[in-house]
Design a protein around this ligand. Structure first.
Ligand code: KE4
Length: 432
């Protein structure tokens, strides 16, 4: 063990006295991979630094928001300026329409957007809106996909729930999930069957157009087109959950990349520049059902918070003015993923790599990985050993086999070279 952990251990013990598991989100506790979670004290570009003075190349980027890296200068500067005017007013501010205009410029299918404070709030609200608009009860989600922790969605979810192996969640009465259908991803027949069975009763299908929450799983060729056709043919709304893919895979997210027009879109992460922001949007005809205009209620004390708006605006404006970033992210991510896969091959470690742009996952299974059933065949013990060895080597990967890793515009060729070298070391230890 070369990495110093004394301070982080002390901080973990202290935190556990007051916060469940010492964390404010389960995956951060490293239960899926073991070892001591570093307590991070600073981030700078593609690196983070912990309480023991260890430095890491970061491939989590706060789980997606930090596409421009930690403490991106334009974000820090915008926050500084906004901060001097106060932190929150609970009243309308020009910054909200500024960010709305930028978001709508990226998603031409959206005519209106409502800001909230997390991805969970965004998907929960979008589903309520879909039910209000269609006057139907049933919703469809997919096994291995995660859309936040609203009760109705915690059924065979991906991400934390899958990682913790909790099928659904304690505290969610079956009455709250009786209208939720969880289907296999990348399986058009299963979707058509569900619509046959629940004719005219399904309000919406919510989908991660590229899944991040069972690890990265791309849509099969033609799958998203099929989902679009089935929902349109049954007058059900298609909700693209772009909390992770929005502004990540392209400036216009997965719907730009795959040229699909969903009915509603949920967003989060990148649009807040690292501060708490979620959003849901769609055509005026649907969005005008939202209070105060219409009967569908949704509210939030810190929705549209001026600091969060300023950080999100600075990050999105930079992305809009530098769209060449996406090609570089794709190239660099490709080099990284291929380099690590080659290292695994040389060490005869079975691995499948899935990548779309700058989100990717190394699955410890021969694969292919196309849905939850195949993803869950991964050797999570081997992933855990790989994760811990990489952490020792100064590489900070998502602490779960069922999460996507992210590259930022701040990552360098040197970071990639170092990461591939660390992987060669790590595989040598895994194989040992
Ligand atoms: P939040 O409520 O965590 O802001 O967003 C929920 C959410 C909704 N939709 C998608 C596609 C998401 O990926 C998420 C949250 N992503 C996880 C990462 N797998 C957040 C990390 C965590 O839970 O700590």
């Amino acid at each position: 063990m070369s990495r110093k952990v004394e301070q982080s251990r002390k901080l973990q013990k202290r935190a556990e006295m007051m916060i469940p598991g010492g964390v404010n989100s389960p995956v951060r506790a490293f239960r899926a991979v073991g070892g001591d979670p570093p307590f991070v004290v600073r981030g700078r570009a593609s690196h983070i630094f912990d309480a023991d003075g260890n430095e890491y190349i970061d491939y989590i980027g706060s789980w997606g928001p930090l596409i421009l890296g930690h403490a991106a200068p334009m974000v820090i500067e915008a926050l500084g300026a906004a901060l001097r005017n106060g932190t929150s007013f609970g009243a309308s501010t020009p910054a909200e329409a500024d960010l709305a205009e930028l978001v709508l410029s990226a998603f031409p299918h959206l005519q209106k957007v409502r800001f909230v404070s997390s991805g969970t709030e965004a998907t929960m609200s979008a589903i309520r809106l879909a039910r209000a608009y269609t006057k139907r009860k049933y919703i469809v989600k997919f096994e291995g996909c995660y859309h936040g922790h609203a009760d109705a969605l915690l059924v065979k979810a991906g991400s934390g729930v899958a990682t913790l192996g909790i099928p659904g969640s304690a505290g969610v009465p079956e009455e709250f999930t009786q209208f939720t259908l969880a289907l296999p991803y990348n399986d058009t027949d299963a979707l058509e069957e569900a619509f046959q069975k629940f004719k005219q009763q399904i309000a919406c299908v919510i989908i991660e157009p590229v899944v991040g929450n069972m690890g990265c799983v791309p849509p099969a060729r033609g799958y998203l087109e099929a989902v679009r056709a089935v929902t349109s043919n049954n007058a059900a709304l298609l909700i693209f959950d772009e909390v992770m893919t929005g502004f990540r895979l392209a400036f216009g997210g997965a719907q730009e990349l795959y040229a699909i027009k969903p009915d509603l879109t949920t967003m989060g992460k990148i649009i807040g520049g690292g501060l708490p922001v979620g959003a849901y949007g769609g055509p005026t005809e649907i969005m005008d059902l939202v209070a105060p205009l219409g009967p569908m209620y949704q509210a939030g004390t810190l929705s549209g918070n001026p600091l969060a708006m300023a950080a999100g605006y600075a990050q999105l404006r930079y992305l809009k003015e530098h769209k060449e970033i996406y090609a570089r992210l794709d190239k660099l991510s490709g080099e990284l993923v291929a380099g690590v896969a080659a290292a695994a091959k040389s060490a005869s470690v079975p691995m499948t790599t899935n990548r779309v742009g700058s989100m990717f996952t190394w699955f410890f299974t021969p694969g292919p990985v196309t849905d939850w059933e195949s993803a869950s065949k991964s050797d999570t013990e081997a992933f855990g050993r790989f994760f811990r060895n990489m952490l020792e080597g100064g590489i900070y990967l998502p602490p779960s086999q069922y999460e996507a890793a992210f590259l930022s515009a701040a990552h360098t060729e040197e970071d990639i070279t170092k990461t591939i070298a660390a992987a060669k070391q790590a595989f040598a230890m895994v194989a040992a």
